[in-house]
Design a protein around this ligand. Sequence first.
Ligand SMILES: [Zn+2]
Length: 350
Amino acid sequence: MKNEMRENPLEALRALFDEKTDGIVVFDLEWNQNSYAPNLRMPHEIIEIGACRLGPQGEITDRFSELICPRLYKRVDKHIRQVTGITEQELSSGRSFPEVIADFMRFCGDAAQLITWGRDDYPVLRRNLEYYMQPSPFSPPLDAQLVFGYAHFGDAHRQMNLHAALEETGTLLEVPAHRAVYDAECTAALLPAVSAALEGLGEEKRAELSGILERERRIADSVLRSRPTRHTVQTDALRDDAVTNLLCPLCGRKTSFIVPWFDAGRDRYEAIGQCPQHGKAEGQMHLKRGSNGCLIMHQRVLLAAEDEAAAVKEAYRLFLLTPPAKRHHRLCMEEVRRVSPKQNFPTKKG
Ligand SMILES: [Zn+2]
């Protein structure tokens, strides 16, 4: 019996799965966007879903490949066309997102462990589902890129692209690059190498990886919110409740601040809120300038572990120790240049 288990090329990888997992589905998405006029409810629109289902030994038992006729962005972004080769004509023959996603859900079944290469696909999938007001039945996928980076290079943040990883591990596969289903197949082909690299890790390293993956799942399940504001200056935006409200990622109710929004550096604000029911929530916020000169708020909120909340609290304590003149340097500069948005940021129409 034991021998039989050892012979499974995915054994070490399977140890990272949820216990209730039934089956493995590797998927990949292609999406389209309009960088000049993004719709903030769905900045990235999925145009292709590709996936393969794996048997117990990691062999491919079924494939899924569907193009999606876009609702928002009919023109294929130049870069995306170059990378994927997908044309507008092809897309117009695709089915709608609700139709394709219903088929994809059936393909996945109820309890499959999802796997992707990289962490970008799942948030896009969730946002597309939200746009069509469909509840998401999916749990966060396992990020094979992260596991590979950690196991192979000892660094979870070492992001090697799929084809470089195929080369690195000497995995040979003759498939055209960058279409969703082929990328899913490449990821599936890499899994035995990822699993083998995991086997070489000591107990301590494996425990550390589990911790990293647990936080990744919370990040993947975090709530993303983007909204335009009428403000041109960050300090004004930070006085606006509509911008600063920190909502619990589980129940959506307003949390009360334990740590208020503060400038955590690198253009990022952080805060900690408390939901009476679900505990601490960590907020991260960027204020980016839109093409009309006004600020656009981008917020991410995730449930925070106690040590993570404590780390943010400590960063806030250090922030308060910084002399205000230095602390608000960037904000002060904006105050000095307070001018109307049109003067400062001429738009094409203006
Ligand atoms: Zn809550």
